[in-house]
Design a protein around this ligand. Structure first.
Ligand SMILES: Nc1ncnc2c1ncn2[C@@H]1O[C@H](COP(=O)(O)OP(=O)(O)OP(=O)(O)O)[C@@H](O)[C@H]1O
Length: 231
């Protein structure tokens, strides 16, 4: 279980997250929902220690992550696939993937078999630069980099944003597979409600930096979506 208890988070003097308390069960997909600018990305960044300052507790089992620097949180088993993917365009696909492996605690610096199985196209093009890939392929690369860390929890920030529809389905099925077949815990920021209903077991709805609704996905009503997500 990953637990946020009374978490507040700040960029400089801007107070963005307000008293967030949330339980993320192991082995499930939890979708983080809400309008633009409501703090979903900030929630993921706070979990990784990437905002300027935060208060409150973030526990992974019995460890308090909130006191750890970002690299220690990565080594604790949390891998982050940021919005916009942030691959390094001048690095080869191989080296982009291997960057994730530096978060491993067993010293292995290799592309895991799982990545080879999920992303045959990347494996066939390991020596090409990441920058030549399409948006959807770069998203796959960012997921591959996260998996190279051998994580327990993967954070995905709008993985389908700006991606051509043919690849969206591929990425969706990889996300579901990571959870259903490999047991990964997934924290997913996502705007596509039909996909959320298919993939996630739980959700948290955010509004103005607060979690206003959370629970099993069956509780996510159309009315709730309309109230908190319609623009
Ligand atoms: N680096 C930053 N410095 C100052 N304020 C920031 C910074 N990043 C985000 N914010 C502010 O924090 C608030 C929450 O932003 P955040 O990106 O977490 O929202 P979001 O729900 O993920 O939205 P989106 O769907 O647009 O990504 C917004 O008001 C935003 O302007």
């Amino acid at each position: 279980m990953l637990t946020f208890a009374n978490v507040n988070s700040f960029y400089d003097r801007s107070h963005i997250l307000h008293n967030v308390s949330l339980e993320i069960p192991t082995g499930q997909i939890t979708a983080i929902l809400g309008r633009n600018g409501t703090g979903k990305t900030t929630l993921l960044k706070t979990l990784m220690g990437l905002t300027d300052r935060s208060e409150g507790q973030i526990r992974l089992e019995s460890d308090d992550l909130a006191v750890l620097p970002t690299f220690r949180r990565a080594r604790a088993g949390i891998a982050y696939v940021p919005q916009g993917r942030e691959i390094i365009p001048d690095f080869t696909i191989r080296n982009n993937i291997l960057m994730g492996a530096f978060a491993r605690t067993d010293g292995k610096r290799e592309i895991p078999p799982l990545v080879a199985e999920l992303f045959p196209y990347l494996m066939q093009n390991l020596d090409r630069n990441g920058g030549v890939l399409s948006g959807g392929q770069q998203q796959q690369l960012a997921i591959a980099r996260a998996l190279a860390a051998d994580p327990k929890i993967i954070l995905l920030d709008e993985p389908n944003e700006g991606i051509q529809p043919s690849i969206v389905q591929e990425i969706e099925s990889i996300i579901v597979k990571l959870n259903r077949e490999l047991g990964l815990t997934v924290l997913l920021v996502e705007q596509n409600i039909p996909f959320v209903r298919r993939a996630a077991q739980r959700f948290a709805m955010m509004e103005k930096g607060r979690v206003v609704e959370f629970g099993g996905i069956e509780r996510l009503s159309d009315d709730m979506v309309h109230r908190h997500m319609a623009v």
